[in-house]
Design a protein. Sequence first.
Length: 91
Amino acid sequence: MYMAITVFILVCMIISLVRFFSNRNWVLIYSVFGNEEYFKIIAKLKAKGVKYKVKVPFRGFESRTERFVDQTQYDIYVKKDEEYLGVKTLR
């Protein structure tokens, strides 16, 4: 029992460290709501050749209560060295 809890905690710590070190070179530049806005922003970044990464925060279990209203949040990250180009592209 104690061994399983220890292994679980160790795995959680390793996952947290990997996420921390892999995400520290990325900067949040924009958050959008809905698919239309998301695709507009991504198209602008792709046109300029900016490398990006998208995260969708956890919305909970009640995420589909309104079927036809898309309020999905997308957080758009770019590399730290391309932050200026990404922000300039979105203006």
